[in-house]
Design a binder for this molecule. Sequence first.
Ligand SMILES: NC(=O)c1ccc[n+]([C@@H]2O[C@H](COP(=O)([O-])OP(=O)(O)OC[C@H]3O[C@@H](n4cnc5c(N)ncnc54)[C@H](O)[C@@H]3O)[C@@H](O)[C@H]2O)c1
Length: 273
Amino acid sequence: MAYNLLKGKRGIIFGALDEKSIAWKTAERVHEEGGTFVLTNAPIALRMGSINKLAEKTNSKVIPADATSIEDLEKLVDEAVKELGGKIDFVLHSIGMSINVRKGKHYTDQNYDWTAKGWDVSAGSFHKTMQVLYKKDAMNAWGSIVALTYMAAQRVFPDYNDMADNKAYLESIARSFGYFFGRDKKVRVNTISQSPTPTTAGQGVKGFDGFIAYAEKMSPLGNATAQECADYTITMFSDLTKKVTLQNLYHDGGFSNMGVSDGVMEAFVQENE
Ligand SMILES: NC(=O)c1ccc[n+]([C@@H]2O[C@H](COP(=O)([O-])OP(=O)(O)OC[C@H]3O[C@@H](n4cnc5c(N)ncnc54)[C@H](O)[C@@H]3O)[C@@H](O)[C@H]2O)c1
């Protein structure tokens, strides 16, 4: 169902790779709600993924940018403002990557060049994106910037590896930059902490199937899907959430406040009988 929540609003959406991507679902929902946007991703992802299909469907332009490159981000923001015909109202940062995870390097045996690269892609890129938007004064007042995160920033999930540290850093950037963006430009900045979701990035984590099944059993409402994350994100882009800022917002079916559930206990008791 569409409510015209984003009519007249312009945005930039990072991180739609394929139909499973949370950014893909969000772009579809923003389009349904009347928002216009440019899509962006790293040049290599544009070659591998199917973003042009989404661009056609949502009538939007694709502008390549490596989110770790200030030069690319500056070009992206300039082109987006020109293409959309005015300043930006919403930004989705939906980017994550760890080479240590990808190459199966254990947390206690990091390759620090990979750690640094993963930090830059997953967390540093959020600061860089906001710094470019801030310096160019490219955001409209009461605009909204959202980045996606995971609860491994607060609690231990061993196989999430250095991505846990990257997410903790990302959430901190949202608060620190959110202060200045709020004070100086009346722009809000938040992170949405999403349930495990079967996407390319999600499924790259070792033991993902166990991970997602456990979270499903633990959460009173069950895991939140990518589609539901898209629904939540558009409310954060809308004028209905104007005074929400500097928050890490859990979108996880209740998982983050659980100790144990009947479902998990049952499985545990059976295993030990
Ligand atoms: N899938 C999950 O279980 C889950 C749970 C919580 C949070 N998240 C977060 O959601 C976000 C989106 O991930 P997803 O699950 O939709 O997976 P995805 O693989 O579809 O998206 C990750 C995106 O990051 C992009 N990216 C990587 N390096 C980049 C770079 N240098 N510049 C620009 N873009 C780059 C990829 O091309 C890809 O589009 C990530 O921040 C992820 O950590 C995912």
